[in-house]
Design a protein around this ligand. Structure first.
Ligand code: AHR
Length: 487
């Protein structure tokens, strides 16, 4: 069977917000410590304590926004523990993640330095679960106030004269679970109270983010939208792709069966239903779509790598993860009217990471390469694709950028056969006559990059694209993510 889609270059949907390429870095396992922060005295080359190799890899990815400090860690984090001379900072237990010592060497100043070096917008997640209104209020004042005040003066004493600019601020994380086990009615009231004191100082305008539902908890969305729509700019959604039958048996990241591959893809595709249903509830209270849906935790979650700390959530990353990334980003493109930020969990060494480190070595994962290939969709406008006949193992999205170039992304998560693919090109003033493509694939379903062989899975040129009489034809290999540019 030949798969047929019709690409309507003139039927434009919404702009794909660059922030759907956002990342999430928590004080968890070896994400912040070792993965990002190694300290100024490390023998690994660094910039003021931040490792240069990871920095460069993330800069190349042009990550637009970075969420920190958690996750579950956020609702136990007391920001004043992480400022001032490092040697004097409080040492505490990271109760959620492995019970290890958190020395607070990476705090507010280090996070804003990281964002500055990356050219990424900071997204700070405040503490509702175990914090106070005053603590949250003072953090925002410390970060953003330019005048004379106790917190602005404290910031100056700690070496930062000018305030930082901060747009994105989250009022709690997973407050239905690790952030306080609250009922939505209770959290909605707390949200209204806490956000009141998240102030705009000077020109700094905060985009207030309320904690949204876990997966299919539609009741949570309903209550939050009913009670607090006018106090928020965004509501979050968390959904992880977990192939295993239960929480304690999630499956291996590398040793899995074909059935587990299929289950993984099924769970990843479920994001479409979740976004559709949560958005339709939001539509009832916010038909103008002023409030964004931010999927600020997504990605694969498997059993930890054998022999590693179970609390560190370290997992390898294969071509299967690349397919999950491609499909999920496609879904966000197709829902770009409501989904205006997303943050994959997590940047380095935790869950579906783009970078893995071991000592002074780093590896770019297949997921990294998908983010790099999909950069072309950032800030472009999503365009209509009519799926005339499309195999269930194929998933597509397309966008048009300011220069009029169209990019088509095709994920083929079948395990065996290539898919013959015809694209009818409609709605161009002058039909495109050139196409070039990039493909990420692997020889086996657990193909991956390791510290011994870091370049096994890398993007290649997609060969064999023909374009004639407004029809593009191509053969797409199984287990692959492709991006085709039409000009
Ligand atoms: O990303 C790991 C954890 O998953 C986060 O800390 C939490 O928010 C979620 O449950």
């Amino acid at each position: 069977m030949t798969n047929k889609v019709v690409l309507h270059a003139d039927v434009e949907k919404a702009v794909i917000n660059r922030n759907i390429h956002g990342h999430f870095a928590e004080h968890l396992g070896r994400c912040i410590y070792e993965g990002i922060w190694i300290g100024e005295d490390s023998s690994i080359p660094n910039t003021k304590g931040i490792r240069n190799d990871v920095l460069q890899a993330l800069k190349d990815l042009e990550i637009p926004v970075l969420r920190w400090p958690g996750g579950c860690f956020a609702d136990e984090y007391h920001w004043k523990d992480g400022i001032g001379p490092r040697e004097g900072r409080k040492r505490m237990v990271n109760t959620h993640w492995g019970g290890v010592v958190e020395n607070n060497h990476f705090g507010t100043h280090e996070f804003f330095l990281l964002c500055e070096l990356l050219g990424a917008e900071p997204y700070v997640n405040g503490n509702v679960g175990s914090g106070t209104v005053q603590e949250m209020q003072e953090w925002v004042e410390y970060i953003t106030f330019d005048g004379e005040s106790p917190m602005a003066n404290l910031r100056r004493e700690n070496g930062q004269e000018k305030p930082w600019s901060m747009t994105y601020f989250g009022v709690g994380n997973e407050n239905w679970g690790c952030g306080g086990n609250m009922r939505p009615e209770y959290y909605a009231d707390l949200y209204r109270q806490f956000q009141t004191y998240v102030r705009n100082f000077g020109d700094n305008k905060i985009f207030k983010i309320a904690c949204g539902p876990n997966v299919d908890n539609y009741h949570w969305t309903e209550v939050l939208m009913k009670e607090a729509t006018r106090f928020m700019d965004a509501l979050t959604l968390h959904h992880y792709t977990i192939p295993g039958p239960e929480w304690n048996q999630k499956g291996s990241a590398t040793e899995f069966t074909e059935a587990e591959w299929e289950k993984t893809m099924e769970r990843a595709l479920y994001m479409d239903e979740l976004v559709t249903k949560h958005s339709s509830i939001m539509d009832q209270y916010d038909p103008e779509k002023r409030v964004a849906l931010i999927v600020d935790e997504w990605g694969t979650w498997y059993d930890v790598e054998p022999g590693t700390n179970p609390g560190f959530l370290f997992q390898q990353n294969t071509i299967r993860d690349a397919l999950v990334a491609g499909v999920t980003l496609n879904i966000f493109h197709n829902h770009s009217d409501r989904v205006r930020m997303a943050n994959i969990a997590q940047t380095v060494n935790v869950l579906q990471s783009v970078v893995l480190t071991e000592g002074d070595q780093i590896v770019l994962t297949p997921t990294y390469h998908v983010f790099n290939m999909y950069k072309v969709h950032k800030d472009a406008t999503s365009i209509q694709i009519h799926e005339a006949s499309l195999d269930k193992n194929l998933h597509v999205s397309a966008s048009k950028n300011a220069a009029g170039e169209v990019h088509l992304s095709i994920c083929h998560f079948g395990l065996k056969d290539s898919a013959e693919f015809d694209v009818e090109l409609r709605g161009w003033e002058t039909a495109p006559d050139q196409a070039e493509g990039t493909i990420l694939t692997a020889d086996s379903m657990n193909g991956r990059n390791t510290f011994e062989n870091p370049n096994d899975v890398e993007p290649q040129t997609l060969e064999g694209i023909t374009i004639k009489d407004s029809k593009l034809s191509v053969s797409i290999p199984p287990m692959s993510v492709s991006v085709i540019k039409l000009t």
